[in-house]
Write a protein of this length. Structure first.
Length: 112
């Protein structure tokens, strides 16, 4: 079943950790909604398997850190929402790995 899945909504599930192999085997995913959970970190390996992703919603978590390599390989990503978190910065390397990005929401973080 997972090999044909294109949209995955895991919002509001009280997830505290994003396991590095969470999306392994789900290579056709184009949209992932992880909003309104409780995780604080996006590890480098978690999104490695979903290179077809065009939409990623991380709104309203407790994010304090995004690994600089977390978005490497997401060359098709068009929409990224990481608003309403606790980020104080975003690794510049992260943005350079998403050449097709059209919409980036960073509002309601702790940027200075």
């Amino acid at each position: 079943m997972g090999e044909y899945l294109t949209i995955l909504d895991l919002s509001q599930n009280k997830l505290e950790v994003l396991h590095p192999a969470l999306f392994d085997g789900l290579r056709r995913l184009t949209s992932i909604n992880l909003s309104l959970n409780l995780f604080r970190l996006v590890p480098s390996e978690t999104l490695k398997a979903v290179s077809q992703l065009t939409n990623l919603n991380l709104l309203g978590n407790q994010l304090i850190l995004i690994d600089p390599d977390a978005f490497i390989g997401l060359h098709n990503l068009k929409i990224l929402d990481i608003s309403h978190n606790r980020l104080t910065g975003l690794p510049e390397k992260s943005l350079h790995s998403m050449p097709t990005l059209q919409s980036l929401s960073l509002s309601y973080n702790n940027f200075t």
